[in-house]
Ligand binder design. Structure first.
Ligand SMILES: C[S@@+](CC[C@H](N)C(=O)[O-])C[C@H]1O[C@@H](n2cnc3c(N)ncnc32)[C@H](O)[C@@H]1O
Length: 311
């Protein structure tokens, strides 16, 4: 896909209905020869709309007005290019715990959680967050993760977690304000509720930081899994990670994870992790598939805001 087509698709498929500012911006960039030429001089992974827009936000540039964005980006390209080359999209969305919870709560307790592609590890605290599935509240304190659950009874308990660890090529540190600033810049402009949630989840994680290991989800998973305590159910999980991993490595990962004891929870896009038969998704907007041990169970919205059970 050309860079222009990538931006047009991002605007129409991903930002549409969720972020008017990014929808506008992505469409403008898709037709902006000067910006496209600068982006095309970068490696493909560094041309992504989400990465460019987050870097401009991090540097204090404008993302609401495409003309102002164009002027700022051209004037500040050396600084922007340096950040694009140094960073990657590591959005860490605690809200995704709301779609993991129904599966986690149903497994034999207690759990030893191991998240691959953990970013700052905010999805490693499903036992500490509060949840609201429609009228049904679970737990107390902040953040409260709102989720519309369809085709299922809401979970009635949170899991008991006795060990939590994350693996990431570049773990972020929730106690480092610069890392939290990057996580904040990755949140789309209008999503103030997600910004509030990030701060609340970061406070939960900072109070009891997880074990985060720098490493690859294929090569380094068995060694980290071996550190999980006996007497707990090992759960290896990942959400919105495998789209960043080449296809051959996804297959290698599936082989490694299947060879481990315990359970495997995947929450990934259906074109990234494929299943033999899936029902139609509830709507046309982007959905992930939640699966346990390779068996698809539910459609989930990208930030954990809805789950539609079919398993
Ligand atoms: C989009 S973030 C998602 C973070 C988190 N799972 C969540 O849902 O909030 C994807 C993360 O996967 C990590 N990642 C990508 N490829 C990886 C690999 N081969 N091994 C380990 N981590 C990887 C990235 O560094 C990034 O932090």
């Amino acid at each position: 896909m050309t860079t222009a087509a990538t931006y047009a698709r991002f605007g129409a498929r991903e930002a549409h209905g969720l972020s008017p500012a990014y929808e506008r911006l992505a469409l403008a960039v898709s037709q902006d020869g000067e910006l496209l030429a600068l982006l095309e001089a970068l490696p493909p992974a560094k041309r992504q709309p989400n990465l460019l827009f987050a870097v401009v936000r991090l540097l204090g540039g404008p993302v609401e007005d495409p003309a102002a964005f164009h002027a700022y980006t051209l004037a500040n390209w050396p600084a922007i290019e340096a950040e694009l080359r140094a960073r990657s999209t590591q959005t860490n969305e605690a809200g995704r715990c709301a779609v993991l919870l129904p599966v986690l709560a149903a497994l034999p307790q207690p759990l030893a959680l191991l998240e691959v592609g953990a970013s700052a590890g905010l999805c490693l605290y499903p036992d500490r967050y509060a949840y609201r599935y429609g009228e049904h509240l679970l737990g107390g304190g902040e953040p409260v993760l709102d989720c519309v659950a369809t085709g299922m009874a809401p979970p009635t308990r949170r899991p008991e977690v006795v060990w939590r660890a994350g693996l990431d090529l570049n773990p972020l540190d929730v106690t480092d304000p610069a890392d939290v600033a990057w996580l904040d810049a990755l949140i789309w402009p209008e999503h103030t509720h997600r910004r509030t949630r990030l701060r609340a989840a970061a406070a939960v994680a900072a109070a009891d930081p997880p074990l985060l290991v720098r490493g690859d989800l294929v090569d380094d998973l068995p060694a980290l899994a071996a550190q999980a305590p006996a007497g707990a159910t090992l759960v290896v999980f990942h959400t919105s990670v495998l789209y960043l991993v080449p296809e051959s490595r996804r297959a290698a990962f599936a082989e490694v994870v299947r060879a481990l004891p315990g359970h495997w929870i995947a929450n990934e896009a259906p074109d990234v992790l494929r299943y033999d038969a899936l029902p139609a998704p509830p709507t046309e907007v982007h959905h992930n598939v939640l699966a346990l041990d390779g068996r698809p169970l539910a459609w989930t919205r990208g930030h954990g805001q809805a789950i539609t059970w079919f398993g």
